[in-house]
Design a protein around this ligand. Structure first.
Ligand code: BES
Ligand code: ZN
Ligand code: ZN
Length: 491
């Protein structure tokens, strides 16, 4: 369900709402603008700060009860010592999460001097925190059901520019909601067909051009690498191409590419049973592309963007590819399959080769590609690699602005020996060391015609632990990085 975000300007003490979240930085006196609110709280706000019941630390909260016609409750939320972009998203997300658990339908959010990017970040945070997925639970009768939070009001410092900032926040928030919903949905519901249907819905609402290729069309295009993965599954593979036109016909587009494995069992090189269920998340790169296309279309950015998604599942079966098989990708290169579990790169090979026909100004792909990136960078940073330092730097900066930090790994030619094959142009795995790098070097074989960056999001797209401001589950990564990257390229 969409989340309704709106604006309030003026004294937050006058906002009639069941809950007002007030974000405060650590160890600062209560701002004067909150005098009326403090009064409605009988002075509890200033007392809580003075007596250090509330210090404003990151993730700290304190609930107070008010009287009068304004907010019924006030939730103090800590911003921590250095309130930057990420702190605002985090505080608003925590506020949204608390609000959603309280059984109230609407809430407000205030922080000092909210304007521009801070409004956008607050809106994104409120949406992130309030989101959850209950479609598959049997619901108790309506009378016993806690009401979900469906709306939030951002208290802006002034009306100037606030509408645009809120609109941008809503755009990103809706993109993230699409991506997170696709990510959490089980593989039997979020199938390649469902990915294509989601793309169709986005295309229809925003009048984007949509092309969906099936097995036959891909055969004609010689996509033997993608099809090798898809030959083991009864699911119909979908190659989805979404085109957003925000600039002239002749303007080179940015291409966003996503790995869309709706389930990755490993194939014949089957994965261990323990935690295999997590592999429904192997389409998070693709979900990020669809979410970003939604956000970009809502923002009406003056740039052309193509979203490309390769979607299938990786299954063991009598028709599945086998270790030792050699396949030919659409750019003519041959690949020896050593491990059928390294399937994401096989799908991306043909999708990346296809991207060249758009003569893109830059291509960025996102994929839950390697377990190795989780070893290297954990669940905090995505791995960033590429064939052009300028594009890589733009991605790192975009991730920073969007609170989705990335860290670059090298693509030195020394590593390339690891994917040399005895019989083909390359093999699909590079041995034990540097798994994220050899995977990216494999992809680079299909990106020679353009500037390209690759995001390995295997550690960041889905959180196995509750992160206080965001529950266990899909994080929305890499929607914001994609959107910030594209925004940064609008001339
Ligand atoms: N989808 C996985 C990557 C993955 C693994 C993500 C574990 C999150 C946790 C990918 O298709 C895969 O299986 N990669 C293999 C590659 C290996 C066979 C070279 C991996 O990382 O183990
Ligand atoms: Zn795999
Ligand atoms: Zn995979």
């Amino acid at each position: 369900m969409a989340f309704e975000l709106s604006l309030h300007t003026g004294d937050p003490a006058r906002l009639a709402t069941p809950l007002l979240a007030v974000a405060l930085p650590s160890d600062k006196p209560v701002p004067k603008t909150l005098a009326a609110l403090d009064k409605a709280l009988g002075g509890a706000l200033s007392r809580a700060v003075k007596q250090k019941d509330f210090k404003g630390n990151r993730d700290e909260t304190l609930l107070l009860f008010a009287t009068g016609k304004g907010p019924q409750r006030v939730l103090l939320v800590g911003l921590g010592p250095t309130p930057e972009h990420g702190a605002m998203v985090r505080a608003a997300s925590l506020a949204g999460r608390k609000g959603n658990s309280m059984g109230i339908e609407r809430m407000g959010f205030w922080a000092e001097g909210l304007e521009g990017a801070a409004i956008e970040n607050a809106a994104i945070g409120l949406s992130l925190g309030s989101w959850d997925y209950n479609d598959l639970r049997t619901q108790p009768p309506a009378s016993d059901r806690p009401k979900p939070l469906v709306a939030a009001v951002v208290c802006a410092d002034s009306a100037k520019g606030a509408d645009v900032a809120l609109g941008n926040g809503i755009a990103v928030a809706e993109g993230q909601r699409i991506a997170r919903t696709l990510a959490i949905m089980p593989g039997n519901l979020c199938t390649p067909q469902f990915m294509a249907d989601t793309a169709k819905d986005i295309a229809k609402r925003h009048k984007l051009k949509l092309t969906v290729f099936g097995r036959k069309e891909m055969e004609k295009m010689g996509m033997g690498s993608f099809l090798a993965v898809a030959q083991g599954t009864p699911q119909k593979p979908k190659f989805i191409v979404l085109e957003y036109r925000g600039a002239g016909v002749d303007d080179a587009p940015v291409a966003l590419v996503g790995k869309g494995l709706c389930f990755d069992s490993g194939g014949i090189s089957i994965k261990p049973a323990d935690r295999m269920e997590w592999m429904k998340f192997d389409m998070c790169g693709a979900a990020g592309v669809l979410g970003a296309m939604e956000a970009i279309a809502r923002m009406k950015l003056k740039i052309n963007v193509v979203g490309l998604v390769g979607s299938t599942t990786n299954m063991p079966s009598g028709t599945a590819m086998n270790p030792g098989d050699v396949v030919r990708a659409s750019n003519g290169k041959t690949i020896e399959i050593i491990n059928t579990d390294a399937e994401g790169r096989l799908v991306l090979a043909d999708v990346l080769a296809y991207a060249a026909r758009f003569k893109p100004q830059a291509v960025v792909d996102a994929a839950t590609l390697t377990g190795a990136v989780v070893v290297a960078l954990g669940n905090t940073a995505m791995g960033v690699l590429g064939n052009d330092q300028g594009v890589v730097d733009e991605i790192l900066a975009a991730g920073k602005r969007g609170s989705e930090p990335g860290w670059q790994l090298p693509m030195w030619p020394e590593y390339k020996d690891q994917i040399k094959s005895d019989v083909a142009d390359m093999k699909n795995v590079g041995g034990r060391g540097a798994g994220t790098i050899t995977a990216a070097l494999f992809l680079a074989e299909f990106t020679q015609d353009y500037k390209w960056a690759h995001l390995d999001i295997a550690g960041t797209a889905y959180s196995e632990t509750d992160m206080i401001s965001i529950p266990r589950g899909p994080t929305g990564v890499p929607v914001r990085t994609f959107v910030e990257f594209v925004r940064g390229r609008v001339r």
